[in-house]
Design a protein around this ligand. Structure first.
Ligand code: ATP
Ligand code: MG
Length: 473
């Protein structure tokens, strides 16, 4: 079969062919680019394999382009990368790999195109397109990759046990591709994942997390997490999430399975947002349900405080997964901590002060929090779903009203710590913090109005109870 070369590809393909011919290096496009193009998915990364030296090939090609592009050379890997238009093209010599038991980094030697295709993870990733004059554009498909693309199947080119045992990251990749592309995993391939799951321990956390994030970015992330769970990989790579699985019964009462509930929330939310951190928040919102689970003879199963404990667990989980420990983590933590607040608002009659308080704590993330809460409705009872959604609609209206009135979102109390110190001529101290908090609370509770004069007067009143008097009015 011949690859349908698009006009924008022809120029660079011809150039690669020409450079390859000059150096006497047969050249091929391989892997993900070929796969994605055949699937009609956009692709900006192109891998070129040559029978020869990839760095020399890249240099030869660069010398023909105007302006001459910069090449990034990775001597250690024998690869070179150049940017052309909006494409990143990577060049490497065909290689043959052999693995040792304790490492996923193989010993590499020069090889044939066939050797190079043999070392690839799935048949659909082992397709090559010839860029050589005698069969330009022909698809070289030694393992039935085209057939598997058509039938949406992931299958390893060689014996799956060896493929996964050699480089266990491929197990994560199988599940990730299955989620991203909506492909089934071939039965033998699947069985080998379950069998060799423990080999995942030789893979770095960073690599594993990259795959987890790709799963979480997919249209229906639950597909991947369910596969991770069924193959037994989940408890190895993300034990806290695996813990959510299962239902306990006592006195004939069960609770919902928090693993499947969580995945439903993630899927619901994924229809509304591509924000990966909001998706992480959904994945983690109930993460502390297992450690807070109690059975109360009167009320049945309870998970009191799971939002606070969950928020406390977020930093450790992020660290373990090598996720960034910056504002993103804080954002996820905040959403986990606040995820029950909008619902508790609907349970009381909604007071302005409760709304102000939520607005103050959530700040600009209030809209994301509301999205998370709406996604958290997984009841199968349409009446209930309708009622919950209406309740949240009411909360949204109330949030808008209070925000328009009080502008609490990015609010700072009108009296600062500096002013308190100056007014009473005191150094930074616990009193300053206490006075500041008292003013903030009074405003949030609606005890005093949200303006400077009211806050100043209130400050004097509170300070008096500490025996402080105005020295710098
Ligand atoms: P994506 O770019 O979406 O991550 P990809 O398949 O293009 O998917 P890359 O990491 O870009 O993945 O790798 C390009 C190609 O290199 C793959 O298509 C595959 O042929 C090969 N490859 C990558 N990682 C592995 C691996 N761990 N084992 C075997 N082959 C691999
Ligand atoms: Mg790629």
């Amino acid at each position: 079969m011949v690859f349908d070369i698009k006009p924008h590809e022809r120029e660079i393909f011809m150039l690669i062919e020409q450079a390859g011919a000059e150096l006497d290096f047969p050249t091929y496009v391989v892997g993900g680019y070929v796969r994605d193009r055949l699937l009609g998915r956009p692709s900006k990364d192109m891998d070129i394999v040559c029978i020869g030296n990839g760095i020399k090939l890249a240099q030869q090609i660069a010398s023909k382009l105007r302006p001459i592009p910069r090449i990034v050379v990775y001597q250690r890997f024998g690869t070179a990368m150049l940017k052309h238009k909006d494409m990143e093209i990577e060049f490497v010599g065909a290689r043959k790999e052999s693995y040792r038991v304790d490492s996923r980094k193989p010993t590499v030697e020069e090889g044939t195109l066939e050797d190079d295709q043999n070392r690839r993870d799935f048949t659909i990733n082992a397709l090559a397109v010839s860029l050589n004059a005698q069969n330009f554009g022909e698809i070289i498909d030694p393992f039935g990759g085209l057939h598997h693309l058509e039938h949406k199947v992931l299958k390893t080119p060689l014996e799956p046990g060896k493929t996964f045992s050699d480089d266990p990251l491929r197990m994560m990749r199988a599940i990730r591709f299955s989620t991203q592309l909506g492909f089934a995993i071939d039965e033998e391939t699947y069985k080998a994942i379950a069998k060799y799951k423990n080999r995942i321990n030789i893979v770095s956390k960073e690599r594993i997390t990259t795959e987890l994030e790709k799963i979480l970015k997919a249209d229906i992330p639950s597909v991947g997490f369910k596969l991770l769970h069924k193959t037994g990989l989940l408890e190895l790579v993300f034990p806290e999430l695996a813990e959510l699985h299962g239902v306990d019964y006592k006195n004939g009462k069960g609770h919902k399975d928090n693993f499947y509930h969580t995945l439903e929330v993630v899927d619901n939310l994924s229809k509304k947002t591509r924000n990966i951190w909001l998706r992480w928040a959904a994945l983690l919102h109930d993460i502390a349900k297992p450690p807070t689970k109690r059975f109360d003879p009167e009320h049945g199963w309870t998970f009191h405080g799971h939002e606070a404990l969950g928020a406390a667990m977020v930093p450790r989980i992020f660290r373990n997964l090598r996720l960034p420990m910056d504002g993103k983590m804080k954002y996820v933590q905040k959403l986990v901590r606040l995820h029950l607040r909008p619902i508790s608002l609907t349970k009381e009659n909604i007071t302005d002060s409760a709304v102000r308080r939520l607005l103050f704590e959530a700040g600009d993330d209030i809209d994301d929090l509301m999205k998370l809460c709406e996604a958290d409705i997984t009841s199968k009872n349409p009446q209930k779903v309708k009622r919950y959604l209406e309740n949240y609609e009411l909360v949204r209206t109330k949030l808008k009203e209070v925000e328009e009135k009080d502008k609490i979102r990015n609010w700072q109390p009108p009296v600062s710590g500096e002013l308190i110190m100056k007014t009473f001529n005191i150094p930074p101290s616990r009193e300053v913090g206490n006075i500041k908090t008292a003013i903030r609370e009074a405003i949030l509770d609606g005890k005093i109005s949200n303006d400077f004069d009211a806050a100043y007067a209130y400050m004097l009143e509170v300070a008096k109870s500490y025996g402080l008097h105005e020295v710098n009015p």
